[in-house]
Ligand binder design. Structure first.
Ligand code: O2Y
Ligand code: MN
Length: 571
């Protein structure tokens, strides 16, 4: 037990878990540097971690997961509410009694021979009223090391838990890493999570998707706030004002790249700057001034490595040079991490540690990851840790659509914005599903992460439109539209700044727009296209009325299928 007092509810729960799981040892994590170093040494000794080249990548490590355990498992992820309807058709549901019986049997004796780590953590700045605490019990030191980077973990979190008395209980075991004995269960009514049989990412770092989205979205509805799958950036204008924008994109649509965007030189010269607050999750709460104030509940980035390059994300490359845990990337012959899209070197070993052979597929797993402290990001906002959060001026929804959806348009008002978010659909990528190019409905990019009924979720969003509210403007973007030959119509990456400039201009009231049936859109003269002579702006913005009507009809059918009458309430 740690020095100082442990809330009895926490001590009792830890004791009960130990009685069931039978660990050889219990370690209460304090979050110290010494503890982190000891964990790394332990994992180096047992082969869980490989030290990367200390000359080029000091403090960096490679972990290779089980080859059958490389991504989130949506089909094994359940929301276990007393009433099936509360979880909604958007979640796999299991009755809590049945789920507990199943999990109790799996956890029985599963930590024999292992150490049980007790990880108190805080999602959000430790002194923020918007932050929430949890405790993850796990038998994976790799999970502990990741949680230390991704959350505020250790003694300070334990003190806050002691003060508040309320925390989310997360129980995790690697089990046998058998895909047949793998479940990720959420019990929002009990504020608890149980995860068995996977050591990977969203399945195992319970503070992230399980707590900060599925459980938090439930808590947010009860308490009047929003827990969203959104990045947060601050956009500083040449006048020195910073507007904060939250943006929701389905997994693998470049959220991390947008969160760390470096404006093109022309913009930088004029004084534009993009500040990173978060790359994946945003908690927003209406404040007394009527605005939504947001925090990033995470303290680090768990980003996809493949595709990260000097072109797509120079800030990420800079921060990955030291103190980073890599998972399932390839290795060069001199022990450097490597992934597809990084550069033209040829790796020596693939993600499974085999000598690299292109016949075996990509060298790095498509869902290979880096875990790194947010503070290592060169564009990390000086306001990212402000306890009150940052005020959100615009919300941007987006998807990956090769056709139909224009580069950018604006919602007429909040309710229309909710309709746009609820109508979101995106093409799948290899990293997300293994299937490529299938259009999947993903409202507000929350399909895998909303911990309750989507109909109730949209109604919750609508409820923010009330007297005195000064809600953000809402936009929709699509960076991925292609021409008839399959070439991208928009250059993307840093050039997305042009669209952000228009969005900021709309927020400030200085940018023009033309009206369209979708909502206001930039006309040719409203958006900076200088130097993009090859860009077919008309093709980018063109909307086929018939195809759009069909798309809207599908979205209407989807929303009305959730809760009849809801579509009409959405503007
Ligand atoms: O596959 C996983 O376990 C990771 S999923 C993930 C990780 C970081 C940020 N976003 C996601 C996601 O799927 O949205
Ligand atoms: Mn995500």
């Amino acid at each position: 037990m740690p020095a100082g007092s442990v809330p009895p509810a926490l001590a009792d729960w830890v004791a009960a878990v130990a009685r069931r799981t039978r660990p050889d040892r219990i370690h209460w994590c304090d979050g110290s540097d010494a503890e982190y170093d000891a964990l790394l040494a332990l994992m180096e000794a047992d082969g869980t971690l490989i030290r990367l080249n200390p000359e080029t990548h000091p403090g960096c490590w490679l972990h290779r997961s089980d080859p059958d355990d490389v991504a989130r498992v949506e089909h094994l992820t359940f929301v276990c509410t007393r009433e099936r309807d509360a979880a909604g058709p958007n979640n796999h549901w299991m009755a809590p009694d049945e789920a507990h019986a199943k999990m109790d049997a799996l956890f029985e004796g599963c930590m024999r021979g292992r150490t049980m780590y007790v990880v108190p953590y805080c999602m959000g700045p430790i002194d923020s009223p918007l932050a929430r605490c949890g405790v993850e019990i796990t038998d994976s030191p790799y999970v502990v090391a990741n949680m230390r980077i991704m959350t505020r973990m250790g003694a300070a979190a334990l003190r806050r838990i002691e003060r508040e008395g309320r925390f989310v209980r997360g129980l995790h075991s690697l089990g046998e890493l058998d895909p047949e004995r793998r479940f990720i269960m959420h019990f929002p009514e009990e504020l608890s999570i149980q995860s068995y049989g996977s050591g990977y990412g969203g399945n195992a770092l319970l503070g992230k998707k399980c707590h900060a989205l599925r459980i938090a979205s439930w808590q947010a509805r009860e308490e009047g706030w929003l827990a969203e799958h959104m990045l947060i950036v601050g956009i500083q204008t040449p006048r020195g004002d910073t507007h904060y924008v939250a943006a929701a994109f389905p997994s693998a649509c470049g959220k991390t790249n947008l969160a760390m965007l470096i404006p093109p030189e022309r913009y930088r010269e004029r004084g534009w700057k993009v500040w990173t607050v978060g790359d994946d999750i945003c908690w927003m709460r209406p404040s007394e001034d009527g605005r939504l104030w947001a925090i990033n509940p995470e303290a680090g980035f768990f980003g996809v490595a493949p595709g990260t390059s000097a072109k797509s994300n120079p800030n990420a490359l800079a921060m990955l040079q030291r103190d980073t845990l890599f998972t399932n990337v390839a290795l060069t012959d001199d022990g450097q991490p490597w992934w597809e899209g990084l550069d033209d070197r040829v790796p020596a070993f693939d993600w499974q540690g085999r000598p690299y052979d292109p016949a075996n597929g990509p060298a790095a797993h498509p869902n290979s990851r880096f875990t790194v402290a947010a503070s290592r990001c060169p564009s990390y906002s000086p306001h990212a840790e402000d306890p009150q959060g940052v005020p959100i001026s615009a919300i941007v929804f987006g998807g990956r659509r090769a056709s139909l959806v224009p580069l950018v348009f604006e919602a007429r008002d909040w309710t229309h914005g909710v309709r746009i978010g609820a109508s979101m659909a995106s093409e799948t990528t290899a990293a997300a599903t293994g299937q490529v190019g299938v259009v999947r409905r993903d409202p507000m990019a929350m399909k895998p992460f909303c911990g309750y009924h989507f109909g109730d979720y949209f109604a919750h969003w609508l409820s923010f439109d009330r007297p005195g509210a000064r809600l953000p403007k809402v936009f929709h973007v699509n960076w991925f539209r292609k021409d008839a030959d399959g070439r991208f119509l928009w250059p993307g990456f840093g050039e997305n700044m042009r669209v952000l400039e228009w969005i900021v201009g709309r927020v400030e009231g200085s940018a023009g727009a033309v009206e369209s049936r979708l909502g206001p859109m930039p006309g040719r003269g409203d958006i900076d296209l200088a130097g993009l002579e090859d860009c077919d702006f008309d093709a980018l913005m063109q909307v086929d009325p018939e195809a759009w009507s069909k798309e809207s009809e599908e979205a209407r059918g989807f929303v009305e299928g959730l809760r009849p009458g809801l579509w009409r309430q959405m503007g």
